[in-house]
Structures are given as C-alpha cells and as structure tokens.
Design a protein around this ligand. Structure first.
Ligand SMILES: N[C@@H](CCC[C@H](N)C(=O)O)C(=O)O
Length: 275
C-alpha cells in the first residue's frame, strides 16, 4: 500500500492515504509500521480518511467534525488511539495540500478532539487553531524514581507539564513516567520545561504510547499554557518553545491556542502491512 513519511520538528509520522476507509488497522500493524528497524519508523501513524468513511462514533463536536471532508485518524507508535496530535495535524495538512486533496490556504481537519482549522503561512509554516486549552489543577508523576509536580492540562489530550529548575537536557526521561491513575485515567503525556526568558522556554516530552519524542505539538501548547499561568512568572501570550527537534511558536488567547511550526513530507513509497 502507498505511504508517505513526514515530520514536524522531528516528531515523525507514517502517513497512510485511505480516503474510502478501507483499512482496518490493528495495533500490531501500527506498531510494525512505526518500528524503526523492521518498519518505516515513526512516532505515530496518520491515516488520511474521508470523515464520512470513518465508521467511528465521535464524541467531540461530532456535527462540526462530520462537516470536515478529511479526518486525521491518529495512532501512537504502540497502536493506541489518541484524540489529537499538534505536530501531526500540521503534517497531515501538508500532505493534503501536496496530494491536491484540499484547495486554498485555510481549511479544516476533523480530529477526535474536534475541528482544527489550519492556515498555510506565506513562509510555508503552518498555523493550527488548537481549540480549548484547559488547566485542570496540579498533578504529580514519578520520573526516574523521583516525584515531580506539574500542571494538568488538556489540549484535547491529557498532559502533565512540569517546570524543572535546570536544563531539560539533564532530566532522565529514559523510563515511562508513572502517573496517578486517578488524575490520568486514560494515561497522559509528560512534559518537562524550563523558562529561559519571558516568552521562551525549552521542553522535552515523554509521550503516552510513543515514549520520548523529539517534539510534541500538544505538549508544547500545554507547557506554554502552564508557564503563562504560573503565579509570579513573567506572563506572556506568545511563547517560543524549543524542543530537541526544533522550535514552534504558541499564541495563547482566551482559553485557546494557536500553534505555528514547520511540517515536511520527506518520502513516499509502498509498504507491506504486517499480517
Ligand atoms: N505528538 C503529538 C501527540 C500525540 C498523541 C499523544 N502521544 C497522546 O497519546 O496523547 C503532538 O504533536 O501533539
């Protein structure tokens, strides 16, 4: 079957065009595609499917999502389903444009977290209206044996954004963080971030279902929202967020956010799906 490979700040995805919803992918097939040695390799899969062919009951804004022609069916590298992917939706948008599946520079994409409006900027970067960003209070995790506290943030999917005192490069993210099941019944993504100067922060992330990745768009938004809401911290509505794979810009606005960053298609070809 045809595939493409793309990334947004090195958060990378296998893109599967499936306009008519013919694919019924198992978690094992997703994991095989994302395997970096035996497969194409990726942090997740973006299935490009017409919303009307999705065949799935949607919870968020279902009427609005159903009005979108294209739906981003996002899966983590372990095959689990996630509501939203901020880097993925930019890469998805880039794929739609490149494949001639959308017209114009502004269009909407359906996701499990609701409709996401994307804008192709003049410089080629892509801005996504990320929808509601909800600060849900404090939460905790155990990271490499040590407790950390942070802000629980929903960006359609669940995050724990933890400010750390030193360089994020020094944080041990080699093991899956342990989250409190009462605070994160569906699991979650854990970000560690440090404000470098007002409006600029650095961040690393351990993603639910994918492990440590080089970037996470929803995590970038969560970290910016947590930093902006920290009492006594230099407030800013616009945040440059540096991650191992590059940089994105978040604009916070009345409980929502816009995320701007690059999105690149690097390859197209044929792949055999595991049985
Ligand atoms: N990398 C993504 C987030 C993907 C989903 C996440 N792992 C989850 O399970 O919630 C992003 O760029 O936002």
């Amino acid at each position: 079957m045809r595939f493409a490979k793309g990334h947004g700040t090195e958060n990378d995805f296998v893109i599967l065009p499936d306009p008519d919803g013919a694919l019924d992918l198992t978690p094992a097939q997703i994991a095989a595609l994302c395997d970096r040695r035996a497969g194409v390799g990726g942090d997740g899969v973006l299935r490009v499917v017409r919303t009307k062919a999705l065949g799935e009951r949607l919870s968020a804004d279902s009427a609005a999502v159903e009005a979108c022609e294209w739906f981003m069916d996002y899966r983590n590298a372990d095959g689990s389903i996630a509501e939203m992917c901020g880097n993925g939706v930019r890469v998805f948008a880039r794929y739609l444009v490149r494949a001639g599946l959308v017209a114009g520079d502004v269009f909407e994409i359906g996701t499990r977290a609701g409709v996401r409006r994307v804008t192709i900027e003049d410089d080629g970067e892509i801005t996504v209206d990320m929808g509601p960003v909800r600060l849900l209070g404090e939460g905790g995790a155990v990271l490499a044996g040590g407790p950390v506290r942070g802000a629980r943030v929903s960006v359609g999917n669940p995050h724990l954004a933890c400010a750390v005192p030193g360089p994020v490069a020094e944080v041990d993210l080699s093991a899956q963080p342990e989250l409190d099941a009462a605070e994160f019944p569906e699991g979650g993504n854990v970000e560690v971030y440090r404000v470098l100067e007002p409006g600029t922060l650095e961040m690393r992330v351990y993603e639910r279902g994918s492990g440590e990745t080089r970037s996470c768009g929803t995590g970038i938004v969560a970290a910016a929202a947590a930093a902006a809401a920290t009492p006594g911290a230099p407030g800013s509505d616009v945040w440059r967020v540096r991650v191992p794979g590059g940089e994105c810009v978040v604009t916070l606005e009345a409980g929502t956010a816009r995320l701007r960053g690059p999105a690149v298609i690097v390859a197209e070809g044929d792949v055999h799906l595991a049985e």
